[in-house]
Design a protein around this ligand. Structure first.
Ligand code: DNO
Length: 347
């Protein structure tokens, strides 16, 4: 596996040099953040980002994310032009050694939580989700992390209304249309597309969510067989779906998993959960069994420690501080090292 770390570009308070100092860190996962969704990422911007990584001995082989324009998800007439732009961005990224693009197909909202600073007994804080609290909110007036704050309430309202006509079936068809449109650019550049599961993996505010577990993965791979069509195996997103058997899925889809986001959570109710430190013993997901299943199945993709807690007084970006993610990387390095040695020894 290739260990990586998410870095939010020049505005990220975490210096690349610190990231480089984490044992076994091969590269960063980053993006050009200020090109409006739907426009082509200019080569100069990609080049500038890559040279910062190079100067710090870090590779830039994974992009998270190249966002997908809502018109593509909605299947509007403008989508062909937008898909063409997306393919141009893929080609531009290919010129700079990018191997994998993480993206999602969630309508309007990306990941959703209800609290960014839930206090743990040891004084650390974490992100958490309470279903009742979330469903009581007005979706056109939300200020939560992980999605485009630039929408006005009226725009949000309009978008949500447009989605009323989009069923799960239709959204899935639109995803397939999008993938078929960009696969030629992936074939040319060798770039793998890794869809991020919906987080959490259920419908939100009446908006359909379609990448939620095993059934949706099966459907996705049978609809688009191209080998560049794959997934980001996000243990926290998939793990919030109580029916998902993650070690089984890790094994079953190992050759379609191009990128793994590994994190832990603790169930608090039927839907509710709080995020936790990465160790298996610290939550309800068997991180050891997931890593073991990935390694046993020959997984050789990119891994990043996902959301950490805020610890040691750091006031980091929620989920994305330095300290707990660095601890997560160290822990995951140990699990992978053990699993890989074991695999070699028994074979
Ligand atoms: C949250 C992230 C997501 C992810 C996107 C991918 O922490 O995992 O925001 O980057 O869904 O497009």
């Amino acid at each position: 596996m290739k260990m990586t770390f998410r870095w939010y570009g020049e505005k990220d308070p975490i210096p690349l040099q610190y990231i480089r100092q984490i044992p076994n860190m091969s590269g960063v996962v980053t993006a050009v953040y200020d090109v409006p969704v739907g426009e082509v990422w200019p080569t100069e911007r990609i080049a500038a980002l890559k040279s910062m990584c190079d100067a710090n001995g870090l590779k830039m082989e994974v992009i998270e994310s190249v966002p997908v324009h809502e018109d593509i998800k909605l299947g509007k007439a403008t989508r062909d032009k937008l898909i063409e732009n997306y393919a141009k961005t893929i080609r531009n990224l290919g010129k700079f050694g990018v191997r994998c693009i993480c993206y999602n197909f969630m309508p309007v909202f990306d990941w959703l939580r209800t609290d960014l600073k839930t206090k743990n007994p040891d004084g650390s804080t974490c992100l958490s989700y309470e279903h009742e609290k979330l469903t009581a909110l007005d979706p056109s007036d939300l200020h939560l992390p992980g999605w485009d704050e630039s929408y006005t309430p009226a725009q949000l309202d309009g978008l949500i209304r447009e989605y009323k006509a989009v069923t799960h079936e239709k959204l899935f068809e639109n995803l397939v249309y999008f993938l078929n449109g960009i696969m030629p650019a992936c074939d040319e550049t060798g770039i793998n597309m890794a869809i991020h599961p919906d987080d959490p993996p259920w419908d939100m505010f009446g908006l359909p969510r379609i990448i939620t577990g095993e059934e949706s993965f099966d459907r996705l791979f049978s609809a688009v067989k191209n080998r560049h069509n794959g997934v980001t195996f996000c243990t926290g997103s998939l793990g919030a779906g109580r029916g998902n058997n993650l070690p089984k899925m890790a094994e079953k889809y190992a050759d379609r998993i191009f990128f793994a986001h590994i994190r832990q959570l603790r169930y608090k109710g039927k839907y509710d959960f709080a995020e936790a430190g990465h160790r298996t013993e610290d939550g309800d997901l068997n991180i050891f069994a997931i890593v073991r299943a990935l390694v046993r199945s020959g997984f050789d993709g990119y891994v990043r420690p996902d959301h950490g807690r805020n610890i040691w007084g750091e006031n980091g970006k929620p989920g994305y501080g330095l300290y707990d993610r660095a601890l997560g990387a160290a822990y995951l390095n140990g699990l992978f090292e053990a699993a890989e040695y074991y695999e070699k020894a028994v074979k």
